[in-house]
Ligand binder design. Sequence first.
Ligand SMILES: [Zn+2]
Length: 391
Amino acid sequence: MFTFVYQLSSMTLPSLKHWFKTYKESQLFGRYIFGDHVLPLIEKHKSNFRVDCIGQSVLKNDIHVITIGNGKTKILMWSQMHGNESTTTKAVFDLCNLFAFGEDKTLQIILKSCTIAIVPMLNPDGARAYTRVNANDIDLNRDAQDLSQPESKVLRAYFDDFNPDYCFNLHGQRTIFSAGSNNKPATVSFLAPAQDEACTVTPTRKKAMEVIVAMTKNLQKQIPNQIGIYDDAFNINCVGDTFQSHDKPTILFEAGHFANDYNREVVREFIFQSLIIAINYIAKKPIGGSKYEAYFAIPKNEKLFYDFIIRKAKVNAQVVDVAIQCQEQLVGNNIVFVPIVESISNLDGFFGHKEIDAKEYKVLVDGKKELEVGNEIDFVTINTEKFALVL
Ligand SMILES: [Zn+2]
């Protein structure tokens, strides 16, 4: 009885926040996370956990799995299958620190009932190049059936060998998504992927949905209306859909945008908290899958955001709105956000993370040229004033 009470109290928001502050991996920051950053951390955790090399990428970079705990219920998670989606990688190392150095009794209870296998970087080549795809230009999340790539084979072989009870597919999403049709970014999105064309709500999916509901309850207190459900069209070439179709409850995590958080350090904490909530929920008792219904009340992701919208801009003698979206480019060791004009039209119903009111003044590039879709621009001139497009 005492154990149960203790367990509840340590999953409160103040304790989750305290854990993040205390155990956040200080060696990781920002968007560009690749082998140089994570290999020393994998090395560090060899003294805390079992670490195995489970294969290699196209360019012969090692792919590792960190195994924590020795309980009966097995959770497999993998991050950075898309090389430029690094937020969840930061969060899994925060989680490793928590389990390595945290002294809370709840953690011991979790590790007695669960075995957690973490592949922190499935696509090391894409991570280094800061691309979604691997070194053969293949999207690994469309290769679950073909298994044409070494990284896909590594994950599939480990999945077959480990035989998980739950899978967490960890990703990051662009700044374009809103949670529903509101002026709120989808800071975190989840999905219990479909396992058939009809998107049947199967017992397997219900279990995944129930865990998502538990995570959403915690997030709603902090980022109300900023949690979305990712697009759920069935695609058996996606890893989540494939694993779900093997009746392994699988959850897609998407780390998204929070106001001004282009380094994704704020959402990193939300992912960290969500991972603990999910693991604890799974560890506590077998999931029946009956508490899934609130999943359907979570709004669906929509593409309603741009990084900038200039409202009421006079372009080619017409008053229109201008949408500008930043493209991430790797320059040296930094990610540079390059603003590109995406749309010149009426953008009612769309939102800018930053909005500028041009008050029907002329808006020009370089102080003289008319704006065109596709323009790369660092600043615009509104009337005679320069506005820098800085995130
Ligand atoms: Zn992704």
